[in-house]
Design a protein. Structure first.
Length: 126
């Protein structure tokens, strides 16, 4: 990333960035976004694909993602109504980053675990 003078550290902007990173880094955002990267899904299909998410939490997550322009919600006029969720272009760019983060974790998992074990083995009662 190019850090020009206009994007250099700015405390006011840091608050905005931190707020957005807060929802991006929550427990469910990236799993939902990465699952939707493979295509449009209905609510229950998405719920089955994201292991461990409750109906209430999926509803909250989808509403926030829709509000932020990451997901579109399409209601088809059928009985009962059929609702589908899909990523916007903004959502696809976030999914790409989420996949990259997941790959980074997989690539470095052994080093992370070794560092954690070494840290935990030290006497930290200074």
């Amino acid at each position: 990333m190019d850090m020009t003078a206009s994007t250099a550290h700015n405390p006011a902007r840091c608050q905005d960035v931190a707020r957005h990173l807060g929802w991006i880094g929550d427990r469910w955002t990236l799993p939902v976004v990465v699952v939707l990267a493979s295509g449009t899904l209905r609510f229950n299909g998405l719920r089955r694909a994201v292991a461990g998410i409750s109906q209430q939490m999926l509803t909250r997550t989808l509403r926030r993602l829709e509000r932020d322009g990451v997901v579109t919600r399409t209601v088809h006029p059928t009985v009962p109504p059929m609702v589908e969720y899909a990523l916007t272009p903004l959502g696809h760019s976030l999914a790409d980053l989420g996949k990259d983060l997941g790959c980074w974790v997989v690539d470095h998992e052994q080093a992370i675990q070794a560092s954690q074990a070494a840290f935990d083995a030290r006497d930290t009662t200074d």
